[in-house]
Design a protein around this ligand. Structure first.
Ligand SMILES: [Cu+2]
Length: 146
């Protein structure tokens, strides 16, 4: 009897955990659906703390790497291997900017907003990004909502 009850309780807790965390996919593309070369799609994502994002290597030659100054305090930097899928769980709320290292200057960047804590947004906006990346970051940070 006790065993049955505790098993049911564990099952409920596991189910509750799964129900609250979502999985998202960002594709790494040689050309986005907007016609622009070298794109993350979607380049802006709003998710909840504990959600998972998989960066899919749809076409080879890309990776994903965090940018110093474009993460909330205490968040761990991340870096994937070129041409590999990469899955990461975002535990800490805040605004994250990231890039594809080979195509940073071409504007292959993205922003993920985790939860509603936007206290690091101004600091992230202040980081200098090269070429088209700067213009795209401006647009993407504009989509962050409180
Ligand atoms: Cu790339």
């Amino acid at each position: 009897m006790f065993k049955t009850v505790s098993a049911a309780l564990v099952a409920m807790l596991v189910f509750a955990g799964q129900a609250s965390a979502a999985d998202h996919v960002v594709e790494m593309l040689n050309r986005g659906s907007n016609g622009q070369p070298m794109q993350f799609e979607p380049a802006f994502l709003k998710i909840e703390p504990g959600d998972t994002v998989t960066f899919k290597s749809v076409q080879p030659g890309h990776n994903v790497i965090s940018i110093d100054g474009m993460m909330p305090d205490g968040a761990k930097p991340f870096k994937s291997q070129v041409s590999k899928d990469f899955t990461i769980t975002f535990e800490r709320s805040g605004v994250y900017g990231y890039k594809c290292l080979p195509h940073y200057g071409m504007g292959m960047v993205g922003v993920i907003q985790v939860g509603d804590d936007t206290s690091n947004l101004e600091a992230a906006k202040g980081v200098r990004a090269p070429g088209r990346a700067g213009a795209l970051f401006k647009e993407l940070f504009g989509q962050v909502s409180g």
